[in-house]
Design a protein around this ligand. Structure first.
Ligand code: ZN
Length: 96
Protein backbone atom coordinates (compact mmCIF):
# COMPACT_ATOMS: atom_id res chain seq x y z
CA UNK A 1 0.00 0.00 0.00
CA UNK A 2 1.19 3.47 -0.88
CA UNK A 3 0.00 6.78 0.50
CA UNK A 4 -1.14 9.12 -2.28
CA UNK A 5 -1.98 12.73 -1.65
CA UNK A 6 -4.91 14.50 -3.27
CA UNK A 7 -5.87 18.14 -2.96
CA UNK A 8 -9.40 19.51 -2.94
CA UNK A 9 -9.69 23.17 -3.86
CA UNK A 10 -12.11 23.74 -1.00
CA UNK A 11 -11.05 21.28 1.70
CA UNK A 12 -7.29 21.02 1.22
CA UNK A 13 -5.04 17.94 1.13
CA UNK A 14 -6.25 14.39 1.69
CA UNK A 15 -4.14 11.25 2.02
CA UNK A 16 -5.40 7.99 0.50
CA UNK A 17 -3.74 4.59 0.87
CA UNK A 18 -3.99 2.51 -2.30
CA UNK A 19 -2.08 -0.40 -3.84
CA UNK A 20 0.98 0.78 -5.75
CA UNK A 21 0.19 1.89 -9.29
CA UNK A 22 -3.56 2.16 -8.80
CA UNK A 23 -3.73 5.90 -8.09
CA UNK A 24 -6.05 7.80 -10.40
CA UNK A 25 -5.72 11.40 -11.51
CA UNK A 26 -8.65 12.49 -9.36
CA UNK A 27 -10.73 11.07 -6.53
CA UNK A 28 -13.94 12.23 -4.93
CA UNK A 29 -13.13 14.46 -1.98
CA UNK A 30 -14.14 12.65 1.23
CA UNK A 31 -15.68 15.89 2.57
CA UNK A 32 -17.49 17.51 -0.35
CA UNK A 33 -17.33 14.72 -3.00
CA UNK A 34 -15.98 17.19 -5.55
CA UNK A 35 -13.02 15.96 -7.65
CA UNK A 36 -9.73 16.25 -5.80
CA UNK A 37 -6.60 16.24 -7.97
CA UNK A 38 -3.59 14.12 -7.23
CA UNK A 39 -0.51 15.88 -5.83
CA UNK A 40 2.91 14.44 -6.60
CA UNK A 41 5.11 14.56 -3.52
CA UNK A 42 8.56 13.32 -2.65
CA UNK A 43 8.88 9.89 -1.04
CA UNK A 44 8.76 9.81 2.75
CA UNK A 45 12.51 10.11 3.16
CA UNK A 46 12.10 11.73 6.56
CA UNK A 47 10.79 8.41 7.89
CA UNK A 48 14.17 6.75 7.19
CA UNK A 49 16.63 6.53 10.07
CA UNK A 50 19.22 9.27 9.49
CA UNK A 51 22.11 7.29 11.02
CA UNK A 52 21.34 4.38 8.72
CA UNK A 53 21.31 6.68 5.68
CA UNK A 54 24.66 8.20 6.71
CA UNK A 55 26.17 4.73 6.99
CA UNK A 56 24.82 3.70 3.59
CA UNK A 57 26.06 6.93 1.99
CA UNK A 58 29.53 6.63 3.51
CA UNK A 59 29.78 2.99 2.46
CA UNK A 60 28.86 3.89 -1.11
CA UNK A 61 31.34 6.77 -1.04
CA UNK A 62 34.24 4.44 -0.19
CA UNK A 63 33.75 2.63 -3.50
CA UNK A 64 33.61 5.83 -5.52
CA UNK A 65 35.99 8.03 -3.52
CA UNK A 66 38.19 5.88 -1.27
CA UNK A 67 39.91 7.77 1.49
CA UNK A 68 43.57 8.39 0.62
CA UNK A 69 46.13 8.46 3.41
CA UNK A 70 49.74 9.57 3.19
CA UNK A 71 50.98 8.02 6.43
CA UNK A 72 50.20 5.29 8.87
CA UNK A 73 47.56 6.31 11.38
CA UNK A 74 49.27 7.33 14.64
CA UNK A 75 46.52 6.57 17.11
CA UNK A 76 48.55 3.90 18.90
CA UNK A 77 46.84 0.94 17.31
CA UNK A 78 49.97 -0.14 15.48
CA UNK A 79 52.56 -1.04 18.08
CA UNK A 80 55.58 -3.21 17.58
CA UNK A 81 54.84 -6.74 18.62
CA UNK A 82 57.58 -9.32 19.18
CA UNK A 83 57.77 -11.84 16.38
CA UNK A 84 57.71 -14.74 18.85
CA UNK A 85 57.49 -15.04 22.61
CA UNK A 86 60.87 -14.64 24.30
CA UNK A 87 62.69 -17.92 24.59
CA UNK A 88 64.53 -18.37 27.93
CA UNK A 89 67.25 -20.35 26.18
CA UNK A 90 68.02 -17.40 23.88
CA UNK A 91 68.29 -15.07 26.88
CA UNK A 92 71.53 -16.84 27.91
CA UNK A 93 73.28 -16.26 24.59
CA UNK A 94 76.03 -13.60 24.60
CA UNK A 95 74.98 -10.13 23.49
CA UNK A 96 77.09 -8.09 21.08
ZN1 ZN B 1 -13.50 18.86 -0.85
Amino acid sequence: MVTYQYNCDDDGPTDVRLPMGTATETIACPVCTQPARRVFTSPMLSAVDQNRMKLIDSTKATSDRPEVVTSIPSDGRRKKQPMAPPNPMLQKLPRP
